[in-house]
Design a protein around this ligand. Sequence first.
Ligand code: HEM
Length: 454
Amino acid sequence: MATQVKTDTSEQKTIHYLRGTPILGNLPEYSRDRLTLLKRIAAAGDVYGMHFGPFPAVMFNKPEHIHSILVEHAYDFDKGDAIHNIFRPVVGDGIFTSEGDFHRRQRKLMAPSFQPRHIASYATIMGDYSEQIQQTWQDGAIVDIDQQMTNLTMSIIGKALFDADVFAETDELGKAMSVLFAHVAQRLSMLLPPPYSWPLPGNIRTRKAMQILRNSVQRFIDERRNSTTERNDFLSILLQARDEDGNPMSDDQLMAECLTLFGAGHETTATALTWTWYLLCQHPEIYQKVLQEVDTVLQGRTPTYDDLTKLPYCLQVFKETLRLYPPAYATSRRALRDVQIDGYHVSKNQVALIAPYTLHRRPEYFPDPEKFDPERFTPAREKQLPRNAFVPFGAGPRICIGLYFSMMEGHLLLATLAQRAKFSLVPGQTITPDPLHHLTLRPAGGIRVAVTRR
Ligand code: HEM
């Protein structure tokens, strides 16, 4: 492979860079076929660089690198300008975009309500909404499973966060969310994105979508403030939170956290479930094992939290999907100071890339990596994986706060729906992940499936 070598001799190990075009570097390929580019970088070496125009970024692709960057050196990095400048003007400064002490405070405040003992209480909501949506599917109907999973997970997060029933509004809110995420994804691919304040068609579209979302969230907040009923949802915790001086969160802060959780809390899990159905349709023998497990264990009942340990194969299937199609397929960090990672020198302001999409395809941990094989995640085999070889939720102090929530959700929704309906792919579709137009690894144009009721 053709490479350029950076001539910085002070480093213990030299970072090599993929060759790119003179001015834009690897940006054209990044904007055209991002996943192939990530695979190309990973194939070139465990630590390898690329250029966004003149800006270098180095991808670290070994489990120990992930540990070093996201855990050991977590506070030597931040999320960088790309995340700050693109997300903050749209959603505000919430837990996802904030840094330092402010982030630590917000995280501490929110974390207890995302612990397993608390989120277990959401299992009933998940089961109920799954039953509700599957009843809308007629035998022989053709549905876009991506859209259905988005509506379902959005209804669930609406209920869990705001104790609100958004089921009927999910089409409108889902569209607004898609516009917003597409805008963010597009800007993340630009070298110099034009300011959000400029009256460009994309900005205007996004502002309209944001208004729809903000209005809904504001309505939930207002309803809650006017209600005297005590509740156990997430908004209650945000509203009751007080800083050291006894002050509540400002309205802007509250809005930022609500938008962050509403957005982050449904799109990712929906994407993972969409690919789960796709992979099951492609692998009839694995699909059959799932059906057998749910039929034997549940015998027609809606699964509860306590059933989950009796449905291990469903969990293995969900994890294997997260391996092959990690919704958050790549993330980045900017060095706040010079750092050594595995003997490589990362200078202050340099960007480190981490791509679960390529890391999860390392053949030494996942032999025949493109094969969909849920047996990789039997408890015994999963234990043999090195720490941070499987990181769909990230790692360290910025690890996904919704990890337990979404694992339970994926597991439970898969079991509930598999019991009621069987899907088959409508022939003639070209199904590919489309990271260019979506923030997560969603399929381009959805996935149409035919429903057979069970
Ligand atoms: C399959 C589902 C999900 C996946 C794959 C996923 C993935 C991730 C990843 C990789 C990160 C870390 C990003 C980074 O370090 O740069 C993250 C952060 C985050 N996720 Fe998730 N997520 C999922 C579901 C959820 C859910 C259900 C919620 C909320 C209910 C949520 C809320 C958040 C928040 C608030 C952060 C920022 C945490 C912080 O910076 O302290 N996520 N997620």
